[in-house]
Design a protein around this ligand. Structure first.
Ligand code: F0G
Length: 433
């Protein structure tokens, strides 16, 4: 079944072979996406096949990405695939978080259960498979930390050289540590994410390095399976809302594409609404959504947020995200540093936990229910994008009242949980208890 790359720009739609090393349309500069023009699938048969694969010991069937390989058929064969058993992430119900968000019930799809602790693994297994298929030896990315951790791991497993570019001093140590441990060559650049992305795109072309940022359409294909797995876990019952944090907007694009395609192929008969939540200091997509024409994104020159994963001022995938949120009749919201920090603590107290960017979901839900946009009895799935342990420094500072947002002052430890220092004395400890 031939796959093609197609330009996303509605007035261009130029087509290119899937084996061409391009990240933007060579004709108009638009974004690219994978397309399968003649693909016909039998939804009922595939739903049964996918369920059976869950009990199979073949590595590709154990992968929560490649189990759904029929909806991402961009490879001629699967020889180039390296899997770390990505995906397979749970749906977790959380009553306390639901109450905090103003909902009767709330379920988290926790992508932090992935091998490197974030949703990036779903896409990276596909990006690395494409790199190997193309015969590339070196892969590179710019990252706020999770993409680089994931790329380092998959490149390590595949025997490729990994080159990582990160904003100096602006990613959490947990994520930087992963890149180092997985053996990537790591460059800390004194610039912000958006500036480094421009730099690395130029370098990649000049040096023949394969770029694995989310502009890479094959990563988007992998991230589609997050929605397939979620629906499979719900026995194909479609929720009312999917809520996710927005940074570079690759995930929003992937979820929208997945849901649209699965409706087109007959797996589902309606689309859930997508709600994208941004941090107040890095919310260009929120601003765009407020405008009447919605035709031009004004980049935020100096994005600021302690949720460093989404500290992005000029998201490359905004045209795709705009279409997907629009078609799903979705919403875009922005939340403050205090709201993110408190929502994160509530998710933590529910025994679930996540990294700061992920908690923007619950903070956003709270605002959307208060505004009457999301109904209290809505069926909502919020996607937690990263693991709690990605950023322990943030957690310690919040609970001890030392978390400070640049230019916005100290964050109140509303749900703070201070450790208590005690002498080695059973009587004194007993008295405290
Ligand atoms: N949540 C987490 C934990 C992330 O790491 C990211 C993005 C996002 C949300 C936003 O996703 O960019 O698809 O809208 N992290 C990228 C990185 C930018 O380099 O790791 P998005």
């Amino acid at each position: 079944m031939p796959a093609e790359l197609v330009c996303f720009a509605p007035n261009c739609r130029a087509r290119f072979p899937v084996t061409e090393v391009i990240y933007n349309c060579p004709r108009c500069g638009g974004l690219l996406e994978a397309d399968y023009p003649q693909l016909k699938l039998d939804p009922e048969e595939l739903k049964a096949v996918w369920r059976t694969r869950r009990t199979c010991n073949l590595p590709l069937d154990q992968s929560g990405v490649w189990r759904y390989r029929e909806i991402i058929p961009f490879l001629e064969n699967l020889d180039s695939v390296v899997t770390l058993r990505e995906g397979n992430t749970p749906l977790l119900a959380a009553l306390a978080a639901a109450e905090y968000g103003g909902l009767d019930r709330l379920v988290f799809k926790h992508q932090g259960f992935n091998p490197t602790g974030s949703f990036k693994d779903n896409g990276m297994t596909c990006g690395v498979a494409q790199a190997r298929r193309l015969g590339m030896r070196r892969v590179a990315c710019v990252s706020t930390g999770n993409t680089s951790a994931s790329m380092a791991a998959y490149a390590g497993a595949a025997g490729l050289e990994a080159l990582i570019f990160i904003p100096h001093g602006n990613i959490s140590y947990g994520k930087l540590a992963q890149a180092l441990e997985y053996g990537a060559r790591t460059f800390q650049v004194e610039a912000n994410f958006d500036q480094i992305l421009a730099l690395v795109r130029a370098l990649a072309e000049r040096l023949g390095i394969y770029l694995l940022n989310s502009i890479n359409p094959f990563r988007i294909e992998g991230q589609k399976t997050i929605m397939a797995e979620m629906l499979d876990q719900r026995d194909w019952s479609v929720p009312d809302w999917i809520v996710l944090p927005g940074g570079n907007l690759g995930n929003t694009s992937a979820f929208g594409k997945a849901l649209r395609e699965m409706k087109q192929w007959g797996f589902i008969d309606k689309l859930p609404r997508l709600a994208v939540i941004q941090a107040e200091g890095a919310a260009p997509f929120f601003d765009l959504f407020q405008t009447a024409s919605r035709d031009r994104l004004d980049a935020v020159a100096h994005p600021e947020t302690l949720a460093t994963a989404i500290k992005i001022g000029d998201p490359v995938s905004w045209p795709k995200a705009l279409k997907e949120v629009g078609e799903s009749q979705g919403a875009v919201e922005k939340v403050s540093e205090q709201e993110i920090a408190d929502a994160k603590a509530v998710i933590g107290k529910s025994g679930i936990g996540c990294e700061p960017a992920s908690a923007a979901t619950l903070a956003g839900i709270r605002k959307l229910t208060a505004a009457g946009i999301m109904r209290r009895d809505a069926d909502v799935v919020a996607v937690l994008t990263g693991n709690l342990l990605k950023d322990p420094d943030y957690i310690y500072r919040y609970h001890t009242g030392q978390l400070e947002a640049p230019g916005r002052g100290l964050i109140q430890p509303t749900f703070g949980n201070q450790p208590v220092i005690v002498p080695n004395d059973p009587e004194k400890i007993a008295a405290l208890l």
